[in-house]
Design a protein around this ligand. Structure first.
Ligand SMILES: [Zn+2]
Length: 316
């Protein structure tokens, strides 16, 4: 096969002139005809692609690190004699070039899987334009939260973590389908399941152990004040009302009372039979004891997931 004299991708007039000089051809370029680099041939696996190298380099700034030039002869590189070898799967390069050739107003036909492949190869090529575009397109698809969380954890997409987790967390982890578990990944599924178990454990604990009034001594104004307050009628009413009114709601299997709502709910209860000062002290301690346990656990889960994100342009 006859080799090309001109390296197709060295498009500037000066570069080409320098080459002519080296080869002693006596030729010279007319600069205005050398403004645009020519197309070059790329190879990925056994597939050959033709591409405008200047545009390709603009969109894929990381490509240089992936191009292998072991014994490339300067003047035949990028031609059919020696295509530029790119170390990715041919399918991935194809998708990238398809995207690159997509007109600005043209409707794309990428499937969800192809978009994910394009994101992968776009990250590899450090092509922010490609990965930004993919994220935007994937967001239009309304992926289910498990799939979104799995992709976020795979590619480091921070902005998808919190909304996916909030959607997933409202359903018990044991109801997640096998597909959902596969999509979100083993680690995410276990973090969610453990966190839900923790919420359940807190619910049961707080439903069955009424908060002690003044460490079990009761209010000073209560006539049962002292070490035996726990055995008094005042404490008995407090405990009973707690089990019946609050505990049952905290562990309601269908719609459990949220910890954040519990304090307000309890404050509205009369607690008849409980000395008013004991009631006030008991209710005051709830703010500290309950706080916002659900939200705290949820934030903890989100933090853990964010810690798992691989580094990417979207991981912070
Ligand atoms: Zn009391």
């Amino acid at each position: 096969m006859k080799s090309h004299l001109l390296p197709a991708h060295y498009g500037s007039a000066n570069a080409v002139n320098a080459l002519f000089k080296d080869k002693n051809t006596g030729w010279e370029t007319i600069p205005r005809f050398f403004k645009n680099p020519e197309e070059v041939l790329l190879q990925a696996e056994n597939k050959i692609f033709r591409v405008n190298m200047e545009r390709f380099l603009q969109l894929a700034v990381g490509i240089k690190g992936l191009i292998e030039l072991p014994h490339a002869a300067f003047d035949i590189l990028g031609t059919e004699v020696e295509p530029i070898y790119v170390g990715v799967c041919s399918q991935e390069l194809e998708i990238f070039l398809d995207w690159m050739h997509l007109g600005p107003w043209e409707q794309h036909t990428f499937t969800e899987g192809q978009l994910v492949d394009l994101f992968y190869v776009g990250s590899l090529f450090i092509s922010k334009q490609a990965t930004d575009w993919v994220l935007h397109e994937l967001e239009q698809l309304n992926l289910d939260p498990a799939r979104k969380l799995g992709l976020a954890l795979k590619f480091g997409i921070c902005r998808w973590v919190e909304p996916s987790i909030k959607e997933l967390f409202v359903r018990p982890a044991y109801c997640y389908t096998v597909e959902e578990r596969v999509n979100m990944g083993y680690q995410a599924a276990s973090i969610l399941a453990n966190a839900q178990l923790r919420v359940q454990t807190e619910r049961i604990r707080r439903a069955t152990i009424p908060p002690p009034i003044n460490n079990g001594f009761g209010a000073r104004e209560c006539r049962y004040y002292g070490a035996d307050h726990d055995q008094s009628r005042c404490a008995e009413y407090w405990d009973t009302l707690w089990f019946i009114e609050v505990g049952r709601k905290l562990i309601n299997p269908v719609r459990p009372l949220l910890f954040a709502e519990a304090v307000g709910f309890v404050q509205g209860l009369p607690f008849e039979g409980v000395t008013s000062q004991c009631r006030d002290i008991g209710l005051d301690s709830l703010n500290v004891a309950f706080g916002d346990i659900d939200a705290d656990i949820l934030h903890h889960v989100i933090g853990k997931m964010i810690d798992l994100l691989p580094m990417s342009a979207y991981s912070t």
